[in-house]
Every structure is written in structure tokens, then in C-alpha cells.
Design a protein. Structure first.
Lengths: 117, 148
């Protein structure tokens, strides 16, 4: 079994490349697209696009299905959800932490003003 | 989205907030996301100095983070590396805190960045936040379709 952090690594690594991000953004707009449709906007050759699709596939971000000679690519959102959940954990942690910092600092401020006043 | 920014306005002056952030006595009073106790707080507040904080949450789990102070400008700015102990989240990230004087006290800008790993940081700089946001919307839309 691939562990959680390895999966996150793959997801984030897949996001690094601008061509892959463009492919994901395109698939986000359109339900599905063929490989040649996906390759069209880029100034790179089809084999290079195939390599990017391999990376996205390995990260579980897309699925490919072949009908006849046409390979159809679809977005697979589960790894994105996992990555977002991971980031939200940090947000919750710090948000709660800063609430507590604020309450403490404000009580110290009130004490200081009492002493001064 | 691999960088997290939170802005808070506090009714306390920056010197008080800065002390709360950097002194072991201060940290012991608030650190942690719930009412569980701080078990250990060590700080050596100078550039190159280290800090270490361990806390227990109400669910009984204990967590420890440590790192190095990278910038110390009292009472305005603090930057430090951040690393969870154990296998909690591998890799080192960056915490930056800026304190600005405002009429009611302090505006605190908290940023936790370089989350996850080097590649994430690079991708963040390359600006994939918007793309990820869009993808997340797509996911939500998809799951709504599935659920409805």
C-alpha cells in the first residue's frame, strides 16, 4: 500500500509543472478530452504530453480509457480532496492556536493597563 | 494553498503579543489548539537560536514541534523554521509572524509556508493556487452531483 505521505508527494509533485496544471485546469472545465485535444494548445510534441499524462495518472489525478483508437482523459478528484484536507488541518490548527494567543495577549494587556492606570 | 496566511486583530500592544509568542511563560499559557496543557516550552530567541514546544491535546495525543529562529525583530517580526517531531508531517516548513501597531492594538499576520516539501514550495511560487482552487470547486461540484 502506498502510504499517505507518498500519495501527497505525488499529488503535489504533479502540480509543480505548468503544463500539467494547464491539463488539469482544462479537464476541470470539460468533462473529458482526448489526448490529441489536450496536446493541441501546447508547443510540445505528443510523446511529451503523454509523459505528463503518465505523471498525472501515477498520482491518481486522471483516468484514461481507450475506445478504438481514441484515449479519453478524465479528471479524478480524490487526490485533490486529500491534499486539500491535509492543508485544512493546518488551517484549523493555527486558527485555534491564534484564538488562544489573542485571548492570552488581551488578558495581559488588560492587566498591564490596570497596573498603569 | 501550500502557504497558509491568517490575519488577526488583537486588543493588545505588539510588545505584549511578541512576548506571548516568544517567552516560555507566555507560550505555556496559550500554545495548542485546545485546552490541553503545554508540556514543554524552550526558546532561545535570537537568530540561529532554537525553540521547542510540546503539548498534549484533550484527546490525549501529544505533539511536538521545533525549529530555528531565522529573523527576530522585536516587537515587529519573527520568522522560524518549523518541524514536527516524530513522523507527524515530514519536512521542514517556515513560519512568519508580523506585528503591526493599529489603533486597537496589533494586527498580526501569520504565514505558514513551504508546507509539505521542496516541490510544493516551488509549485507554490509557480502560482498553482488558483488552479488548485478551481480544481477544488470542481471536486465539490462533482461530489454534489454524486450525492444528489
Amino acid at each position: 500500500m502506498v502510504n499517505y505521505y507518498e500519495r501527497l508527494d505525488r499529488t503535489f509533485a504533479a502540480f509543480v509543472d505548468p503544463t500539467r496544471r494547464a491539463i488539469l485546469a482544462r479537464l476541470e472545465c470539460e468533462e473529458s478530452a482526448s489526448v490529441s485535444e489536450l496536446a493541441r494548445p501546447f508547443a510540445i510534441k505528443l510523446p511529451a504530453v503523454m509523459k505528463h499524462l503518465d505523471v498525472l495518472d501515477a498520482a491518481g489525478l486522471i483516468t484514461r480509457s481507450k475506445v478504438g483508437r481514441t484515449v479519453t482523459v478524465r479528471l479524478s478528484p480524490e487526490p485533490i480532496r486529500e491534499a486539500m484536507d491535509w492543508l485544512r488541518r493546518y488551517e484549523r490548527f493555527w486558527s485555534a492556536n491564534l484564538d488562544r494567543l489573542a485571548a492570552y495577549a488581551e488578558s495581559k494587556e488588560a492587566e498591564t493597563q490596570e497596573k498603569d492606570g | 494553498m501550500t502557504s497558509l496566511t491568517i490575519v488577526r486583530r488583537l486588543r493588545a500592544r505588539p510588545t505584549i503579543v511578541f512576548d506571548a509568542l516568544t517567552t516560555p511563560e507566555g507560550i505555556a499559557c496559550w500554545w495548542g489548539p485546545d485546552d490541553g496543557p503545554v508540556l514543554l516550552a524552550e526558546t532561545d530567541v535570537r537568530v540561529g537560536g532554537r525553540y521547542r514546544v510540546r503539548f498534549r491535546m484533550l484527546d490525549g495525543t501529544e505533539h511536538e514541534s521545533s525549529g530555528e529562529y531565522l529573523e527576530v525583530v522585536p516587537p515587529e517580526r519573527l520568522a522560524m523554521s518549523w518541524r514536527w517531531a516524530g513522523g507527524e508531517d515530514p519536512g521542514e516548513s517556515l513560519v512568519e509572524i508580523d506585528l503591526r501597531t493599529i489603533a486597537e492594538g496589533t494586527e498580526l499576520t501569520f504565514t505558514h509556508s513551504r508546507l509539505h516539501d521542496e516541490e510544493t514550495r516551488r509549485s507554490h511560487e509557480a502560482g498553482w493556487n488558483g488552479a488548485l482552487d478551481k480544481l477544488e470547486r470542481h471536486f465539490l461540484a462533482t461530489s454534489e452531483r454524486i450525492l444528489s
